[in-house]
Design a protein around this ligand. Structure first.
Ligand code: PMV
Length: 278
C-alpha cells in the first residue's frame, strides 16, 4: 500500500427523516437531514458513531463511504452523483427496495426534499438552512427485531391488502411533510409539535411502531411534547430512534432522565460525504 492510500480516509453522515419515511418508498416525498454522527473508512477499518439498525441511516452511510473510498482509491475525480448511484445499488442489495433517500442525504448532506418518481428518476432539492433550526431530542427506543428490508416488505404487504386505506395514510403523510417544508423553508406558522404528533399517528396507522416505542412516545406527550419514529421503525421490540420535540426542552430532558431513557442530541443539516485530512 503506498502512502497516499494509507492516508486515505472518507466519512459519510448518518441522517434523520423529519417526515415521509415509508411513504417515500412508494413515490411520496420525504424531508431528510444529515446529522453530525459519521461513519468513516480508513485502510478498510471502519469506525462509526451512528447507532446500527436504529433508523439513523448507518447502512446508507456505510454504502456511501464505501463507494467514495473506492472512487478515491482509484484516483478518480470526486463525483457525488456516481458515489450516490453506487451507494444506492449497495443499499438495494441490502434492503431490497429502498427509496434511495438515505444514501442521497448521506452523499449530499444538508436538508433534503426527496422523491423517488421511478427507479430511474429520483428527484431531490437541497434546501436552504432553516431560519429557525428545530431542536430535537433523540430517544433510542431500542434496536428493532426487524431489518429495514423487512419493514419495507411489511408495509408493502399492508398496501396490497388494504390499498385504499394505506394510500390515504401515505397522502396524509405527504401533507405533513409539505407542512413541515413550509415551516422550515418559508417560516410558516405551523405548530411543530402538532405536526410531529400527526406524523406519529400516521406511522402508527401503518403499523411500524412497537408497543415499547408507543409507551415512550406517550411519556413525551404526557410531559407536553410530541415525538415520532424516524426511519423504518420496528414492531416486536424497539422501533429505533424517535424524534422528540418540546417547546421547553428542559422539561423533556428532565422526564427522560427520570425515566432513564437513552437520549442524545444531534446537529442537523450537516455536511455530506467528504475526504478527511489525515
Ligand atoms: O431505518 P432506516 O435508517 O433504514 O430508514 C429507512 C427509511 C424507509 O423510508 C423506511 C426506507 C427507505 O428506503 O426510504
Amino acid at each position: 500500500m503506498n502512502n497516499q492510500k494509507r492516508n486515505l480516509k472518507v466519512s459519510a453522515p448518518g441522517k434523520i427523516i423529519l417526515s415521509g419515511e415509508h411513504a417515500v418508498v412508494h413515490g411520496y416525498p420525504a424531508l431528510l437531514t444529515a446529522v453530525n454522527l459519521r461513519l468513516s473508512i480508513k485502510n478498510e477499518v471502519i469506525h462509526s458513531d451512528i447507532p446500527v439498525g436504529g433508523g439513523m441511516g448507518s447502512s446508507a452511510a456505510y454504502a456511501v463511504a464505501k463507494s467514495a473510498y473506492k472512487q478515491a482509491e482509484k484516483g478518480e475525480v470526486w463525483d457525488l452523483e456516481k458515489i450516490n448511484k453506487e451507494a444506492y445499488e449497495i443499499e438495494k442489495r441490502q434492503h431490497g427496495n429502498p427509496s434511495g433517500g438515505d444514501n442521497t442525504v448521506s452523499t449530499y448532506g444538508g436538508f433534503l426534499w426527496y422523491r423517488k418518481e421511478s427507479e430511474n428518476l429520483k428527484v431531490f432539492t437541497k434546501l436552504k438552512t432553516p431560519k429557525s433550526m428545530p431542536r430535537f431530542l433523540i430517544i433510542n427506543t431500542g434496536k428493532p427485531n426487524e431489518s429495514t428490508g423487512e419493514m419495507i416488505a411489511f408495509v408493502k404487504t399492508r398496501l396490497q391488502a388494504k390499498k385504499r386505506e394505506i394510500e390515504s395514510t401515505f397522502r396524509n403523510i405527504e401533507q405533513v411533510t409539505k407542512s413541515l417544508l413550509e415551516y422550515l423553508v418559508e417560516g410558516k406558522n405551523y405548530d411543530l409539535k402538532e405536526l410531529i404528533k400527526e406524523n406519529e399517528e400516521l406511522l402508527e396507522d401503518l403499523g411500524v411502531v412497537s408497543k415499547k416505542a408507543k409507551e415512550i412516545i406517550k411519556l413525551v406527550e404526557g410531559a407536553g411534547g410530541g415525538a415520532k419514529v424516524s426511519g423504518a421503525g420496528g414492531i416486536k421490540d424497539g422501533s429505533g430512534v424517535i424524534l422528540a420535540y418540546h417547546a421547553n426542552m428542559d422539561k423533556l430532558i428532565k422526564v427522560s432522565r427520570a425515566k432513564k431513557l437513552n437520549t442524545f442530541s444531534v446537529k442537523l443539516g450537516q455536511e455530506g460525504v467528504r475526504l478527511e485530512r489525515v
